[in-house]
Design a protein around this ligand. Structure first.
Ligand code: HEC
Length: 190
């Protein structure tokens, strides 16, 4: 029995030592432009969903989806969220391919169609070790609910809310003419 316990303790010490060695010698890749392993993606994804389901408060949205509230939500979204999550005029955002895990493209094929209290909780607190910020110190509670209301109505936005993104009544966006490009010296690869 004593031998067995010593064996268990030895095994634990070896596992901790190997783990520390891997971490301390810089063998864990911390780059944002390299996708995490499928194991990490799957474990973190499940942990995330379970955590939101457990902690999101069971509260009803206090904001009504009136035209004005959807316009306000669209404005907040366009300034704070669109560069990562896209908008009706840019279904693939500027930062779509710059983060791992990548920001879901809400106007592409990744609608934020979870219950509103989940979107509220995620927007309020953010998602650890991803690019998703917690907005509770940057937006008021009312602004967060307005942007959550906007997220629940992406498929039936009134024309005034669409016009926040330069769209009129859902007509396809006309991209502004790009400024002439100066040829750039190629950058050395890092
Ligand atoms: C700097 C980039 C960035 C900004 C700005 C940003 N997000 Fe995110 N967001 C992310 C990333 C990355 C994820 C995915 C994290 C993951 O996979 O767990 C995410 C996830 C989410 C999710 C969960 C979606 C899902 O399907 O699981 C919601 C909801 C969300 N963001 C809302 C917002 C709102 C609202 C704003 C603006 C107030 C915002 N985000 C601004 C990067 C960003």
């Amino acid at each position: 029995m004593k031998g067995f316990i010593l064996g268990v303790i030895f095994t634990i010490v070896v596992i901790v030592a190997v783990g520390l060695f891997v971490l301390e010698t810089g063998r864990v890749n911390m780059r944002a432009d390299v996708p995490p392993s499928s194991l990490e993606t799957s474990v973190a994804g499940h942990a995330m969903n379970a955590s939101v389901a457990r902690h999101a408060p069971s509260v009803a949205n206090p904001v009504q989806p009136t035209e004005q509230n959807l316009v306000d939500g669209a404005e907040i979204y366009s300034f704070k969220c669109a560069q990562c999550h896209g908008d009706p005029a840019h279904t693939k955002s500027l930062l779509a391919e710059t983060l791992n895990p990548p920001p879901p493209q809400f106007f592409g094929d990744d609608r934020p169609d979870v219950p509103e209290n989940h979107n509220y909780y995620i927007t309020l607190h953010g998602i650890r070790l991803t690019g998703m910020p917690g907005w509770k110190n940057a937006l008021t509670n009312e602004q967060i609910w307005k942007v959550v209301t906007f997220l629940s109505h992406l498929d039936n936005l009134p024309p005034k809310a669409k016009s926040v993104f330069g769209l009129t009544g859902g007509a396809p966006a006309v991209a502004p003419a790009a400024p002439p490009k100066k040829p750039m010296k190629p950058m050395p690869k890092m």
